[in-house]
Design a protein around this ligand. Structure first.
Ligand SMILES: Cc1cc2nc3c(=O)[nH]c(=O)nc-3n(C[C@H](O)[C@H](O)[C@H](O)COP(=O)(O)OP(=O)(O)OC[C@H]3O[C@@H](n4cnc5c(N)ncnc54)[C@H](O)[C@@H]3O)c2cc1C
Length: 361
């Protein structure tokens, strides 16, 4: 059976390897380059160590025929290290080198006579249709930001200011530093990404005391919550620090909990109005970083509504159609690669009907 995989991110690549190991024909359609989304946040250190981000099957494929030193399994790599040391070598391994079609965007998927018809835009810009017996949608969410306004719809002025707003993590202390040092930044959002940006702004404030931030979140206690006995120490310490500065904001930080973005006026500086305790709070800032999450793009036609956010596990809305990886969590940003590896194992148990199948053992 031909399996079509959408997305050559960490989960699409692992799913393709699993398929090929089982003898399935499979092809991976990737809108950009391998690990395209990981590259966009490659400067960030993962919370999870190498051992949780990779699989024994993947290392075997990479190391076949040559001896390389595997990284220390307990160390947390950056996104760039994960791409360069694991994802790219995996994509060019003997098993996968002819499976990946880069610069090929899946536009829609329809079911016809028990098979899937996949409409693609190929690298020349032309559209064509490919057919497959099963589809694994591993297309992630990172390229598809949510809006920062009330209820996830654009606030007045937000659409016009979209190109001025950072919806993806800026590299505050590295590549994008000049945009933030000595300036005033509004950070919207209460997830790990917002916390990472605040940590960076704090470091810049130590270098240049004019660096300031306002941090606005919709609901106190919304996302950044310390997990009891969090197994990932880097995540635990980031959350702890963010809660500390929210509870007792230092001089460089203005913290506004329980507020919504009312409007944005884009000029040389950016005017922002927040609604806080029934009153308008007007700010003038240099940068707006809106880390308010990402949402899944609907590719299959037969759905009548967008996929629900799954707490865990995989989404399987149609026979032989699976949504794996970050996309299976919808707008929930708690997805971990280790969960994705379990999803792959589950999906192939369903495809093969073998409940004991486990190539990761
Ligand atoms: C800043 C950040 C830090 C993170 N830290 C961790 C961590 O510490 N530990 C952890 O386990 N997880 C972490 N994650 C979560 C998660 O593991 C990553 O988001 C991971 O990249 C998800 O892998 P994926 O393969 O599901 O999706 P992605 O990596 O997003 O890959 C999806 C791929 O699909 C392609 N694509 C999208 N649409 C189409 C289309 N229509 N046609 C063809 N191709 C398409 C994209 O170009 C992309 O290459 C982090 C995420 C972020 C954003």
């Amino acid at each position: 059976m031909l399996i079509a995989i959408i997305g050559a991110g960490p989960i699409g690549l692992e799913a393709a390897l699993y398929a090929r190991k089982l003898g399935h024909d499979c092809v991976v359609f990737e809108r950009g380059l391998v690990a395209q989304n990981v590259s966009r946040w490659g400067f960030v250190s993962l919370f999870s160590p190498w051992t949780m981000n990779t699989t024994p099957l993947g290392w075997k494929a990479i190391n076949a025929g040559r001896l390389t030193d595997p990284p220390n399994p307990k160390i947390c790599p950056t996104g760039d290290e994960l791409r360069d040391r694991y994802l790219l070598p995996l994509s060019s391994s003997r098993q996968l080198q002819d499976a990946i079609w880069v610069n090929t965007t899946v536009l829609k998927i329809a079911r016809k006579s028990g098979r899937f018809e996949i409409t693609l835009r190929d690298p020349s810009g032309a559209q064509r249709v490919e057919s497959a017996g099963a589809v694994f949608d591993c297309s992630g969410t990172y390229h598809h930001h949510r809006w920062a306004g009330r209820g996830g719809v654009p606030a007045p002025g937000e659409r016009d200011a979209e190109s001025r707003i950072w919806y993806e993590l800026p590299d505050v202390i590295g590549r994008d530093r000049d945009r933030f040092i000595g300036r005033h930044t509004l950070v919207l959002g209460a997830g790990y990404s917002a916390a990472t940006v605040l940590l960076g702004l704090e470091a810049l404030h130590r270098e240049n005391s004019r660096t300031r931030a306002s941090w606005a979140i919709r609901r106190i206690g919304q996302a950044l919550q310390a997990l009891h006995n969090d197994p990932l120490p880097a995540r635990a310490s980031l959350v702890k620090h963010s809660l500390e500065i929210a509870n007792k904001p230092p001089k460089w930080l203005q913290y506004v909990g329980n507020c919504v973005l009312e409007r944005i006026d884009d000029a040389k500086q950016i005017g922002v109005t927040l609604k806080y305790m029934e009153t308008d709070l007007a700010l003038v800032v240099d940068e707006v970083v809106a880390l308010v999450g990402y949402g899944p793009e609907q590719l299959i036609e037969s759905w009548t509504s967008p996929p629900p956010a799954a707490a865990d596990g995989l989404l399987n809305p149609e026979p032989n159609f699976f949504i794996l990886g970050a996309k299976s969590f919808g707008t929930n940003s708690n997805f971990l690669l280790a969960v994705g590896h379990r999803q792959i194992r589950e999906a192939f148990r369903i495809v093969t009907g073998d409940q004991n199948l486990d190539l990761y053992r």
